[in-house]
Design a protein around this ligand. Sequence first.
Ligand SMILES: *Cc1c(COP(=O)(O)O)cnc(C)c1O
Ligand SMILES: [Zn+2]
Length: 419
Amino acid sequence: MSFFTGLRCSLCHEPFSATALYVCDKCLGPLEAMYDYDGIRGAVTRELIEARPPNLWRYRELLPIEGRPRTGFHSGWTPLIRADRLARELGLRELYIKDDSVNHPTLSYKDRVVSVAATRAVELGVTIFGCASTGNLGNSVAAHAARLGLHCYVFIPHDLEPGKVTGSAVSGPHVVAIEGNYDDVNRLCTQVGDRYGWGFANINLRAYYAEGAKTLGFEVVEQLGWRFPRHLVSPVAGGTLLPRIGRGFRELRDIGLVGGELPRIHAAQAAGCAPVVHALREGLEHPEPVKPDTIAKSIAIGNPADGYHVLRTVRETGGSGATATDSEILDAVGLLARTEGIFTEPAGGTTLAAAMHLIRDGVIAHDESVVICITGNGYKTADAVGGGLRPPVRLGRSLAEFEAFVAGRHDVHQQVGDA
Ligand SMILES: *Cc1c(COP(=O)(O)O)cnc(C)c1O
Ligand SMILES: [Zn+2]
């Protein structure tokens, strides 16, 4: 049974039917999904959700589809990891990593939003499924399209990391590299969607796509034993994820599955592309577009489609924003791997480095619980960090040569002595 009742304008609240529309024709505001919350309150319990398979469809009553899920049967329900060694480094008492770097099938948070957009695309009869991507979205759209047998077009800026391009191309879509930045790609795809009627996950299907991001927030609450953390730090690119985590928290509270104060939600951006954090600092209602220049390419969006909603969510929850330079980003990628064994891409390093600024500035207090969202996988962008690492020691094959090497290493003697 579906409780999805249609779309409405997120700014002027004008109602719209549940088809592939994406902006309000009255005020140009983005559309958002609506539900019969009274019905959901009567039908959904913690026990019902807990009894379901560990994927994002365990929250299906709060997702905008009419029939059954078509893809994403292993997407979502990523680990929430208590990160005590990292916590000690940061001077925190209770720290968790929400690890979407191991999402299925394409190792980023995008598998959540694409599972929902692709299912809805099938319901709406879309046959050509595409996206404008900074890399991870293309990977996920290509993979889910392959599984569903949809024709697929992935549009990317021409200068993406090779690992990201391969991750899309391997599933057999048409990959179209545009000579321009992400914002140019997005503008072109808007025109293509209008002209040819194709379904673009993050453009004309955005109202459905965005709802998939709520599931990250749902999972954090359930994985904490149905309670809220005090703080959550989220990266911001186009601005889908952060406000939907906030919406997910509010929905769970409104349908009676969790009580208590809503978490403070903080925005993390790279210093080389921080339109939202600048708008927070300057008190603007809408971010001013910037030209991106950062190694965190998956979050290098200078003109965020949902910037307004990010700003509203951060302000309403008492959150804040912080930026990280490219060298801070790389340091944070290394710190996360050395303390917790999690290899994230520069976007994840950005989130951790921004969280460290918020702790140092006293915005996050040492005795308050914190969730840091790690949204992408470092194996896709290994070249971005390789340069700063200790190179392998190269030796011949004899034990004698190894013994000569070990003789100079005090840490090894210590370990052997302890054993
Ligand atoms: C897309 C993406 C984000 C966040 O993007 P939004 O458009 O703000 O939802 C964060 N991290 C990674 C790795 C991503 O690919
Ligand atoms: Zn409107």
